[in-house]
Design a protein around this ligand. Structure first.
Ligand code: SF4
Length: 375
């Protein structure tokens, strides 16, 4: 059964445009449920096409109740529970937890893993696991490593059956935690770690964002959060390798943007971002680069928002091609996104049909701005 957060997220427009002030629709959904923020903060949901979703979200928001529960116990030495498999005493059943920085017993306001980011990241471990699948709706992932069955739940539990021993279970957990840690949710603000790392989350109400203490096989280095890729403290070669993986995504975004600004709405983007992103995760999993895990995570966060920007551009192109849209308005929007002056548009004063276009242009503007600040 899907959780109240999943139900709320499924009823958002799911375009992650930030016009509501939150970087993703999932964050908006989480805060709608826990903080009772106004649905009208999202200008897209009031569009006619979304009227069913608006009704459902209103219902969920009205029905929402205090769903805080205590954060679970953290495993000593990594494995919370392990016992021999019934049918094969040489193999183990093991349970571990991905840590999102909330101390055991403290009130936990949200789930541990953001299902959208979880599934986006897990695509990249499919070469290490057979048949790794992830359901955003169930907020649940599962796959096989040879004989070992792995299940990842939104509350951070990682369950293994038929693990070859404790070391094997721990090594598999290490890979999973490092891969998906960007999807952990901050208990103080409801933002995911990626959004916190790139500065899209508000300052914490307490001492720090809890999610910056996430990870039991890694730890976030607060100094490295401020680094850009040309930071002198980082090995130059490593910075270059990271840049070589992300730069092509940025280049495609800017060249597609230029084409659309010049009035070409037909040239489709055929660049597949997955190989770049998966290579990036592969680099992060190499043990020799663990010292820079925070920089890697920040790089992945940028790749995530650049990827979303490319999707925004593609959706804008599709809208322009399918509907009678004033291309002059779209070009003007994109020029403003390029100049980072899109905030001049007051969505409340726009015709409904134009608001969605501003939303997609906003995704592009955010991707460009974050990347330019980072390098
Ligand atoms: S404004 Fe954009 S990011 Fe916010 S909930 Fe609406 S569609 Fe999602």
């Amino acid at each position: 059964m899907s959780s109240i957060w999943t139900k709320a997220r499924k009823n958002t427009p799911e375009i992650d445009c930030s016009l509501c002030g939150f970087p993703t629709c999932a964050t908006f959904a989480r805060l709608l449920v826990t903080e009772n923020i106004e649905i009208t903060k999202c200008p897209i949901i009031s569009l006619e096409d979304y009227s069913d979703k608006q009704e459902e979200l209103t219902r969920i928001s009205t029905d929402s109740r205090n769903i805080t529960k205590p954060a679970p116990e953290q495993p000593e030495g990594g494995v919370l529970l392990s016992k021999p498999c019934m049918d094969s005493p040489d193999l183990l059943m093991a349970e571990m937890r991905i840590f999102n920085g909330v101390r055991p017993g403290s009130p936990q306001r949200f789930g541990v893993l953001d299902p959208v980011i979880l599934c986006w990241l897990l695509d990249c471990v499919s070469s290490r696991y057979q048949d790794m699948r992830c359901s955003k709706e169930l907020a649940y992932a599962w796959g096989d490593i040879e004989e070992t069955k792995v299940h990842i739940l939104r509350d951070g539990r990682v369950r293994m059956r038929r693990a070859k021993g404790k070391d094997h279970a721990l090594e598999s957990f290490r890979i999973i935690e490092r891969t998906v840690i960007g999807a952990t949710i901050c208990n103080c603000c409801g933002h995911d770690l990626f959004s916190v790392l790139v500065g899209l989350a508000p300052p914490p109400t307490e001492e720090t964002h809890t999610v910056l203490k996430a990870g039991s096989t890694i730890s976030i280095n607060s100094e490295q959060i401020e680094w850009n890729l040309k930071n002198q403290s980082m090995e130059v070669d490593l910075g270059k390798r990271m840049l070589n993986l992300i730069e092509p995504i940025y280049d495609v975004l800017t060249s597609q943007l230029d084409l659309m600004i010049s009035g070409d709405f037909t040239s489709e983007n055929t660049f597949d971002t997955r190989p770049q992103i998966c290579k990036f995760i592969g680099m992060m999993l190499e043990s020799s680069t663990q010292e820079y895990v925070t920089v890697f995570l920040k790089g992945l966060a940028h790749a995530h928002f650049l990827d979303n920007a490319l999707q925004g551009l593609a959706e804008l192109r599709q809208l322009t091609n399918e509907q009678q849209v004033n291309t002059g308005f779209v070009i003007e929007l994109l020029k403003n996104a390029q100049k980072k002056s899109l905030s001049d548009y007051e969505t409340t004063s726009l015709d409904n049909s134009l608001i969605l276009m501003v939303a997609h242009a906003s995704r592009v503007e955010r991707g460009l701005s974050l990347y330019e600040k980072w390098i």
